[in-house]
Write a protein that binds this ligand. Structure first.
Ligand SMILES: NC(=O)c1ccc[n+]([C@@H]2O[C@H](COP(=O)([O-])OP(=O)(O)OC[C@H]3O[C@@H](n4cnc5c(N)ncnc54)[C@H](O)[C@@H]3O)[C@@H](O)[C@H]2O)c1
Length: 340
């Protein structure tokens, strides 16, 4: 069996990735290490508890001894590193936490992989060709896109503007350093904003749906004019699968949807869907939208050029934003109806 170390499998994207691995690859044994921070949700993992190909470890990726112990115990063939502190607003309040988890944690994993795969006993080294380290990064490492550039390609310089994107960019540099210094087989993905059922309510889309359904104000940063590119989480996971199995070693792949909208437009779309599903007596949900102080450093526009992954690996997004959003809002509404 191929043994995979998955980090952050109790998080939003990690849980979808875990499900894909266990369903699609019955010959994989997946060990999921997760610290279970506020962003995690154990209920995402319930369905796998009895799966003999799955093992959960409650632990911190910055714990050097634990990670080394896991490599010795399970003899991993590959790492899919998804765990991170992932919320920009929190990173502005607590940068050291982001440095610790996102940079130090990545280094602990890289060092353990390197030590185990390159310096381990002979039988481990003989598997060398199977070894791969996939790092899940973000479009935020590019910083804000300014005219006249239409979209970032993978060779654009990294220019992060907040502690979250800075820590992700620094971790990417480390992954790259292990490629050049030790020949580690690595691949990196940079995806745009994800959405889908089960996302934490601090992120834009669930926040808007949640507050609208509770009749609370819907706060948008600044004038709501920030442009983000929206990717359904299952499309992201299909791309992760392709890059992990077929991506060229040492390469980075953008994963975007070309579906670019302002935060205000997204909030309007959600409100209109709710107006249809659960109309308010005298007004539209859009009346709940308010504007609050912007972040100290706000990236105005993100947009990715997807050509590399589509030309090299044949990937393209399958779920349109309208379709994905309708499904998500309907699901939220049903969950809400069940609760009350
Ligand atoms: N959500 C997005 O829109 C998006 C877009 C592009 C890239 N990404 C990247 O994808 C990854 C996952 O994002 P997400 O939104 O699913 O994140 P999330 O916040 O929902 O989940 C992160 C998971 O990592 C775990 N974790 C945090 N610190 C840990 C530690 N020290 N040790 C072990 N586990 C730890 C958490 O408990 C949680 O389960 C992140 O690396 C993020 O940078 C996310």
């Amino acid at each position: 069996m191929r043994k995979i170390l998955l980090t952050g499998g109790a998080g939003f994207i990690g849980a979808y990735c875990l499900e894909m691995l266990l369903q699609k690859y019955p010959d994989y044994y997946v060990v999921n290490i997760d610290k279970l921070t506020y962003a995690s949700d154990l209920s995402r993992l319930k369905k796998h508890i009895k799966n003999p190909n799955y093992h959960f470890v409650l632990g911190d990726i910055t714990d050097v001894l634990l990670v080394a112990h896991l490599f010795n115990q399970f003899q991993f063939d590959a790492v899919i590193h998804i765990a991170a502190e992932s919320h920009v607003d929190r990173s502005i309040i607590d940068p050291p936490l982001f440095v610790k988890t996102n940079i130090e944690g990545t280094n602990v994993l890289l060092h353990a992989a390197y030590t185990h795969w390159f310096e381990g006993p002979k039988q481990v080294r003989s598997n060398f060709l199977h070894h791969r380290f996939l790092y899940i990064s973000t479009d935020e490492v590019y910083g804000s896109l300014s005219d006249p550039i239409d979209a970032f390609r993978e060779d654009a310089p990294m220019a992060p503007t907040n502690p979250y994107s800075g820590s992700k960019a620094a971790a990417e540099c480390l992954v790259n350093a292990y490629l050049h210094s030790y020949g580690l087989d690595m691949v990196v993905t940079r995806s745009t904003n994800n959405y889908g059922i089960g996302q934490h309510s601090e992120k834009l889309i669930p926040m808007v749906v949640d507050r609208a359904l509770k009749g609370q104000s819907i706060p948008l940063h600044g004038d709501g004019g920030m442009i983000r590119e929206w990717l359904h989480v299952t499309d992201h996971v299909r791309a992760i699968d392709l890059v992990f199995h077929q991506g060229k070693s040492g390469h980075t792949y953008n994963i975007g949807s070309y579906d670019r909208r302002t935060n205000l437009a997204v909030a309007h779309m959600i409100c209109k869907l709710l107006d249809r599903m659960k109309p308010l007596a005298e007004k539209s949900y859009t009346a709940l939208i308010t504007f609050v102080a912007d972040r100290p450093s706000q990236d105005r526009r993100y947009a990715l050029d997807n050509r590399k992954i589509s030309e090299q690996l044949g990937w393209k997004p399958m779920i349109s934003f309208q379709e994905g959003l309708e499904e998500l809002v309907a699901n939220y509404y049903e969950q809400c109806a069940l609760r009350f």
